[in-house]
Ligand binder design. Structure first.
Ligand code: AMP
Ligand code: MG
Length: 339
């Protein structure tokens, strides 16, 4: 049975107490953050964390992010907190930044996917913060079946997990819409492991140049440092194709591809920042922020409308565009058409 707690109109203390009791009892609670919905369990309870992997169908070597509500919690999880971590936390927490640090013995290997490092973040969402404060640090990956687009509405979580987890807190639509930026501070040089809701440019203003892990741009490779990067991700049932290139060429290319696929008898959906003729169309908005917010919703919704192919317009890779393009290319399994 799944309890759905409505907090669309704001934080409700009684609801938080109910959800916190589930967490402390080793159960699973899906909750909103400013990035996407998380599927949470007590980060220090091995059996509870194991249930996250089972519910999602997530490979055991794909580590989870531990969510905290105050800076002092970090010292309970990380063996060392380097200067860069303190600077970044001061500037960006609570917010969409995850830092990877050497873990303390108390953090179970189930949570870290077998690694000696732990990924930690403080979410900027009143419901998430209240839930953590009322319980304990919460391990939470995105609340989607492994491989599917991340959830930005409680409806998405209900679609994937109703009847399979104990509790879902409905906090309405998430503000940022893509997951947190993940940065590794456990080795000599700060390294970006995943672009996300906090633009890399902002991080570099605080700690200087950051290395970009090759897997961020590359194909599905076997990586020791962040095993999560090797899995296919964010994919709806429909085949996604990304069209990238000069703006003036992209428009014609998308229109051409729509015709090519339709002539094969396929139902074609388009997601883009301007209008297109297709069987189904989802407007992503104009700014990078709007596109990030609408991205996963567009993938899920076009899928629901039963299209066979989704043609997605690429955007520029600066700011939130870096995270958007990283997710889109993965969703497409790197099927990219250059215009
Ligand atoms: P998700 O919570 O589904 O957005 O996935 C969390 C992601 O954070 C994983 O896929 C990893 O890429 C990254 N991550 C979490 N923990 C670690 C860690 N200890 N070392 C490196 N990357 C990590
Ligand atoms: Mg995920």
């Amino acid at each position: 049975m799944t309890v759905v707690i409505n907090m669309r109109d704001g934080l409700d203390e009684r609801g938080i107490r109910i959800a916190a009791r589930f967490i402390l009892g080793g159960r699973l609670v899906a909750f909103p953050t400013e990035t996407v919905y998380g599927l949470g369990a007590d980060a220090l309870n091995e059996n509870a964390v194991r249930r996250i992997f089972e519910a999602k169908g997530r490979p055991a070597d794909n580590p989870l992010i531990v969510h905290i509500a105050e800076f002092d919690d970090l010292k309970k999880l990380a063996e060392e907190v380097p200067r860069e971590a303190k600077l970044l936390a001061e500037r960006f927490w609570p917010g969409p930044l995850t830092m990877v640090l050497p873990k303390r013995g108390e953090v179970p290997y189930v949570t870290t996917g077998g690694l000696d490092t732990v990924a930690v973040r403080m979410p900027a969402h009143p419901i998430a913060l209240a839930l953590i404060k009322a319980s304990t640090p919460i391990a939470a990956p995105s609340a989607n079946i492994s491989g599917k687009p991340s959830p930005t509405l409680a409806e998405h979580v209900i679609d994937d997990f109703y009847g399979r987890i104990e509790c879902i807190i409905d906090g309405g639509e998430t503000k940022i819409g893509v997951e947190s930026t993940v940065i590794d501070l456990s080795s000599e040089r700060p390294t970006l492991l995943r672009p996300g809701g906090l633009p890399l440019e902002e991080i570099e203003k605080v700690i200087g140049e950051v290395e970009i892990h090759p897997a961020v741009r590359g194909k599905l490779v076997d990586v020791a440092r962040s095993p999560g990067m090797k899995y296919r991700h964010y994919s709806p049932s429909a085949q996604v194709i990304v069209v990238e290139g000069k703006r003036e060429n992209v428009k014609g290319k998308i229109a051409e591809l729509v015709e090519v696929y339709r002539s094969k008898g396929l139902r074609v959906g388009v997601m883009a920042t301007e209008e297109y003729e297709a069987d189904e169309f989802f407007h992503l908005g104009k700014t990078e922020e709007e596109v990030a917010r609408n991205l996963f919703r567009a993938l899920r919704e076009l899928d629901k409308r039963g299209v066979d192919v989704i043609i997605a317009e690429g955007i520029e890779e600066r700011g939130l565009g870096f995270a958007v393009m990283n997710r889109l290319r993965k969703a497409a399994g790197y099927r990219i058409v250059w215009a």
